[in-house]
Design a protein around this ligand. Structure first.
Ligand code: 5GP
Ligand code: ZN
Length: 114
């Protein structure tokens, strides 16, 4: 999709530190990490948020979460624990409107979130 930051990362037009990839899914490090491990996992195809993805292509949503699991293993946080966040809409603070799962770990995470 034109004017989408994460579509530009998928296309390779904007650089990112890639940590995992399948035919349909891409994982890369967040540019402004909030924890020692902060990776974003996205479908390569553009959906504005997780609700749209869940409605249109449940297997692709499952592949996103499967990639989160694999990256958590590779980053060494699967035993200690980690958080998966899908900010959805303005009130949740979603700033990039291409669905992305945040994988956060490597430090204790408090609850409730802000
Ligand atoms: P949101 O607030 O939409 O849930 O999260 C968007 C995330 O994208 C933020 O954590 C932000 O740091 C990250 N981000 C924004 N621009 C870039 C970029 O150009 N490259 C990377 N790797 N991450 C970005
Ligand atoms: Zn996009």
């Amino acid at each position: 999709m034109a004017d989408c930051l994460f579509c530009a990362i998928v296309a390779g037009d904007i650089p990112a530190t890639r940590v995992g990839e399948t035919d349909r899914v891409l994982a890369f490090r967040d540019i402004n990490p909030q924890a020692p491990v902060h990776v974003l996992v996205i479908p390569k195809e553009h959906y504005p948020n997780v609700a749209a993805l869940a409605a249109a292509d449940p297997p692709l949503l499952a592949e996103v979460i499967g990639q989160v699991r694999q990256i958590a293993e590779a980053e060494g946080v699967s035993e200690t624990g980690y958080r998966v966040v899908l900010n959805t809409g303005d009130a949740a603070g979603q700033t990039v409107h291409h669905v992305h799962a945040h994988l956060l770990g490597g430090r204790p995470l408090t609850w409730p979130p802000g």
